[in-house]
Design a protein around this ligand. Structure first.
Ligand code: SF4
Length: 239
């Protein structure tokens, strides 16, 4: 069976998408896949050992770090999680921590009240429903409090090496549009378009590479097109 897109449809069933009346024709899919692979190969050379910058030793730590990383830099999260995981090394520890105490620990990551609530609820569910083990599938992960497809894709890809989709954070959202891989504006639809263009074996790496490229060169405030290694492949290039 072919992998499912974020919408639940099987890949390969969206081929007629560009034929909807009133909508512009989609680019030639084969040509887009070739261009996509050229972008991927180029970024691979730029970032030969691409991986998440969130420090972690296991899936549980990565799950919590990813929840904390919403609207926050990975560097800031790393400053907090070192102490946090020393004090609370397992889901059972974080499930029982008083909320005010956790709020103090994670305050500098921003949105700390909501994050503390979600981390405690998430760890409680991990303990109560999954025996303290992080599940290895999308359906169970997205049912955990504070966990959406982006966080689930990070955990599945980086902790377990399971490609269930493409991580779409703010960088991937922006770059996928600038690079012309999608015209969509919601993470789920953008992810579906990326999953259609890129082969499943590259989904994990693709998200990581686009995030790194967005941080270093294609920055939100001012993309550095002259220095960009994929400017010859990018429809939004300013050079
Ligand atoms: S050419 Fe410019 S807009 Fe396109 S990916 Fe590179 S930096 Fe971003």
């Amino acid at each position: 069976m072919s992998p499912r897109t974020p919408h639940g449809a099987h890949r390969g069933t969206r081929g007629a998408r560009g034929a909807k009346p009133g909508l512009p024709r989609k680019e030639d899919p084969a040509k887009e896949r070739r261009r996509g692979m050229s972008v991927l190969r180029t970024l691979r050379k730029e970032f030969p050992s691409a991986q998440t910058a969130l420090r972690h030793e296991n899936a549980f730590q990565l799950l919590v770090a990813t929840i904390l990383s919403a609207q926050c830099t990975d560097e800031r999260v790393n400053m907090v999680t070192g102490d946090l995981f020393r004090k609370y090394p397992a889901p059972a520890d974080l499930a029982l921590v008083p909320r005010e105490e956790l709020e103090k620990e994670i305050r500098s990551t921003g949105f700390y009240r909501m994050k503390a609530k979600n981390v405690i609820a998430c760890c409680s569910m991990l303990v109560g429903r999954f025996g303290g083990i992080v599940p290895r599938n999308m359906d169970d992960l997205v049912n955990l409090p504070g966990v959406g497809r982006k966080t689930a894709n990070v955990v599945l890809g980086q902790a377990f090496g399971i490609a269930s989709g493409v991580v779409v954070d703010t960088h991937v959202h922006r770059l996928a549009r600038l690079l012309g891989f999608t015209k969509e504006d919601t993470p789920e639809k953008i992810e579906a378009d990326l999953m259609e263009i890129f082969p499943e074996k590259d989904w994990i790496e693709l998200g990581t590479l686009l995030i790194l490229h967005g941080r270093r060169t294609c920055k939100a405030r001012k993309p550095d097109c002259p220095a960009c290694p994929v400017n010859h492949l990018c429809p939004s290039s300013a050079v």
